[in-house]
Ligand binder design. Structure first.
Ligand SMILES: [Zn+2]
Length: 464
């Protein structure tokens, strides 16, 4: 048995090894693991193998580069804390393409350290979070010989190209992935560099509406007045989807929405958020939406329905006197817990059929979707992580709900049946997916200490 070392030796170790940590992180950033571009497949594999080698060197066990049919998944664990909780930590080693290259201040895969920032593709999303996790685990294992809890690490290489092989892999490996909680380390801080924990993510339900009128475009003088116009019909269908109050009028649409508590609404109202700046940035005359809810609530904790595209008929230069034969629209709904994408699609389909005017045929086609997620703020892992952030960054984190989706979070919930906390250390304005992606190295270093502290907090290990 290893004699527990005082916590100060962990701190001393971390202080003494910052340079080495940075060097390894920069080495990782030099691998152009762009998952969406086939020529980079060997680079994705190289990143996976490098990661596996680092995990092995860091003291992790059962390290494996697991084949998926696409880019491999890297798995490792450390399960020698019987009776202690088990955490499954997820990250992704693949990155987005780098275009437009001429807007980068330095080559995207030749990382530059300047003014406390590292500039490179993947510097924040998501190689920062992976490197932080690896560093925290390694530091605890080196200084104490053991982790206070059980840990499984799972790093995929296809997050930026739709995670096509992740769900089948999770399903096939579900039995050996058991854990009390999944930490999805693919997120970051809130505006103004506030430590943040993402407790809610919206889901999605997508559909297309196809309206068919006459067998082809026909003369509007000869037939106008005798038949329904598919574009007019589509417009009336779309107009009936939402009321003037911004509420979706589909019966049952809101039935499964988990209500925001008064405390959650109060906390959300305290988040730093400049409505006027957002309005100006978007160059719109006003911010509008569902009545009764604030802008912050509407864009993160309430469901939406939006038309994404509409087409049909003649849109070329000049006039063309036709009644079009077809009209089409694409629609997506952003969903919140506990709305089910399939159920929402069915409600939409039935309502569209009901409100469609006579004289046209209407098809509503499902175009996929994903489930929303919601982690209770009082979940022990969330609370432990909040305490760790507070202790290391010196300020309590904010709990936020993201308006977008992180499909893997829903996969962990639905396939592995475990609660999910979405976390990470990326700067809120870190240019992910864009030119000049960067990471704040002070946050990187404090992040390593925060994760190490989280392990103790969640395990209930006394401080010191
Ligand atoms: Zn990411």
């Amino acid at each position: 048995m290893t004699i527990p070392a005082p916590a100060s030796s962990l701190a001393a170790y971390l202080d003494a090894t910052a340079e080495r940590r940075l060097a390894r992180y920069l080495e990782f950033l030099r691998i152009p693991s762009i998952s969406g571009i086939p020529e980079h497949a060997p680079d994705c594999r190289r990143a996976a193998e490098q990661l596996a080698a680092d995990l092995l060197a860091g003291g992790l066990e059962h390290v494996e580069v697991s084949e998926t049919g696409g880019h491999p998944i890297v798995y490792a664990d450390w399960l020698n804390a019987p009776g202690a909780p088990t955490v499954l930590l997820y990250g992704h080693y693949d990155v987005q393409p780098v275009d437009p290259l001429d807007e980068w201040l330095a080559a995207p895969f030749d990382p530059v350290v300047r003014d406390g920032r590292v500039l490179a593709r993947g510097a924040s999303d998501d190689k920062s979070n992976i490197s932080i996790a690896l560093s925290a685990v390694e530091a605890v294992l080196v200084t104490r010989g053991a982790l206070p809890l059980n840990l499984r690490l799972l790093f995929e290489g296809e997050e930026e190209s739709s995670s096509v092989h992740l769900e089948p892999w999770l399903t096939a490996n579900a039995a050996r992935l058991a854990a009390d909680v999944a930490l999805v380390a693919d997120s970051g801080f809130f505006a103004g560099n506030l430590p943040a924990i993402t407790v809610g993510l919206r889901g999605l339900a997508a559909a297309e509406i196809h309206v068919r009128g006459p067998f082809q475009d026909v003369h509007s003088g000869v037939y106008g007045g005798a038949i329904e116009n598919p574009i007019n019909a589509l417009a009336s269908i779309i107009a009936s989807l939402k009321g003037a109050d911004g509420r979706v009028r589909i019966p049952g649409f809101y039935d499964d929405v988990v209500a925001l508590s008064d405390a959650e609404r109060a906390a959300m109202a305290t988040l730093p958020f400049d409505e006027e700046a957002l309005r100006a940035e978007l160059d719109v005359p006003a911010l509008v939406g569902e009545s009764g809810w604030t802008t912050m609530e509407r864009r993160s904790a309430r469901p939406t329905l939006d038309v994404n595209g509409i087409w049909g008929g003649f849109s070329g230069e000049g006039a063309k006197t036709i009644i079009p034969g077809r009209a089409h629209a694409k629609i997506t709904c952003r969903l919140v817990a506990d709305q089910d994408p399939t159920r929402i699609f069915e409600l939409l389909r039935d309502y569209v059929r009901e409100v469609a005017p006579p004289g046209v045929r209407v098809d509503v086609v499902a175009m996929g979707g994903g489930r929303p997620t919601l982690t209770p703020e009082d979940h022990p892992a969330t609370q432990a992580y909040a305490r760790a952030l507070g202790a290391t960054f010196g300020r309590a984190p904010v709990f936020v709900r993201e308006g977008g989706s992180v499909p893997v979070a829903a996969s962990f919930e639905s396939i592995l049946g475990m609660p999910v906390t979405v976390m990470g250390f990326m700067p809120p304005n870190g240019n992910f997916h864009a030119p000049n992606e960067w990471m704040d190295m002070a946050n990187f270093e404090t992040g390593v200490r925060a994760l190490a502290c989280f392990f103790d907090e969640f395990a209930g290990r006394p401080a010191g």
